[in-house]
Design a protein around this ligand. Structure first.
Ligand SMILES: [Zn+2]
Ligand SMILES: [Zn+2]
Length: 375
């Protein structure tokens, strides 16, 4: 219609009409969803990018209570980088309403994961009584092929597909829970078992932690979440149990390579659990200490920066410094120190109480403060 023409249905001035049309066009062209993601502040390591991953969760396709795509939205929103949906193969309590289709959770999520830029791994939980227990298989090509009576054959099939198999929540359920049986030894010796959950949801398993160190298995921490994740964002005191994966290349291939090379740590209830050679550089990337910004007599004032999401707790083991040191997440802590000889270098020795390099063993750290330059 010519804007100069008047008509009963065209009562707005011409400019207003154009604006309305533009807004309408923009509205129709806009994405339907607008989601906000809060990133999780965990620094990268030299040569490796740090990914926050959850390799164990359920949907309505086994005993979970959410549709698979909800898992993508939750993970994105709360700052995760990669997930594996691992519905039970042998436990299908919703089968009366939702037919058993082991590959569907992954297939339903592929496009949405791509839209969000989230790495999605095809997976499943091989679910047997204790022993052997429950095992997650990652990087599968066809979950259906794992649905077979013989347990060892199912694990072998996962491996044939290039799968990575880890033992879940080993200390859960039944009088025989927690023990390393012949069947586990066979899986281990046949190189069919590659990792263990050191933490699952609200549980930490020190024995699994030690076995991972002794047997060179990859450490995992996962949520095993069944209901919806109601978090809007991730906080130091309210986060999923997750696996930190240190990757040298992007994508699912990079995650697989890192798992094979055991470059993981477990994030569990504000604790980081892992190998010393990884936790050392991680702590160094999290914490930096500024040169003293003020000196007066024998006192100095320094700022300690914690760039990470972890609320760090340190305990002095030798030398000067406060006995206990709290470094809240993503903040700067001001410390006043009294030095006997300010002109000389001083060594501060602490343990990071919530960085565990073995059961009940905290990461030791040393910081050397240079001496005051003589004028
Ligand atoms: Zn399980
Ligand atoms: Zn599970």
């Amino acid at each position: 219609m010519n804007c100069m023409e008047a008509s009963p249905s065209h009562v707005f001035p011409c400019a207003m009409s154009r604006l309305t049309s533009l807004l309408l066009a923009l509205f129709l062209a806009s994405p339907v969803f607008s989601q906000v993601r809060r990133e999780i502040a965990i620094p990268d390591l030299p040569g490796y990018r740090t990914l926050v991953c959850d390799f164990h969760m359920h949907t309505v396709f086994s005993d979970g209570t959410v549709w698979p795509t909800v898992r993508i939205d939750e993970a994105w929103r709360t700052g995760l980088d990669a997930i594996a949906i691992s519905d039970h193969i042998e436990y299908q309590p919703h089968a009366g309403d939702i037919p058993t289709k082991h590959n569907r959770p992954f297939e339903l999520c592929v496009e949405r994961a791509k839209q969000h830029g989230l790495d999605l791994i095809r997976a499943a939980e091989i679910t047997r009584g204790t022993p052997p227990g429950h095992f997650n298989a990652l990087f599968l090509k066809d979950v259906e092929a794992l649905d077979q009576n013989d347990f060892l054959a199912a694990v072998a099939e996962a491996n044939t597909q290039g799968g990575f198999v880890f033992w879940n929540h080993h200390d859960w359920k039944g009088p025989e829970k927690g023990a390393w049986f012949d069947v586990h030894q066979k899986l281990f010796e046949d190189r069919l078992l590659h990792g263990m959950e050191v933490a699952n949801g609200g549980s930490y398993y020190p024995r699994a932690h030690q076995w991972c160190l002794d047997k060179k298995l990859t450490m995992f921490g996962n949520s095993d979440i069944h209901p919806p994740d109601l978090r809007r964002e991730t906080n130091p005191d309210d986060h999923r149990t997750a696996t930190l994966v240190f990757v040298s290349k992007p994508g699912v291939g990079g995650i697989r390579e890192a798992l094979v090379e055991r470059r993981t740590a477990v994030w569990f209830e504000n604790q980081v659990i892992g190998r010393r050679e990884l936790l050392e550089p991680l702590f160094e990337a999290c914490v930096s200490i500024d040169p003293p910004h003020h000196r007066r007599d024998k006192h100095i004032w320094v700022r300690v920066r914690n760039q990470s999401v972890f609320n760090l707790q340190l305990t002095r083991t030798a030398g000067p410094g406060p006995r206990q040191l709290s470094l809240p997440a993503e903040s700067v802590t001001l410390i006043k120190l009294r030095l006997a000889k300010p002109e000389q270098p001083v060594e501060f020795r602490y343990t990071v109480d919530n960085f565990l390099i073995a059961p009940e063993t905290s990461l030791p750290v040393v910081y050397t403060l240079p001496g005051r330059e003589k004028r």
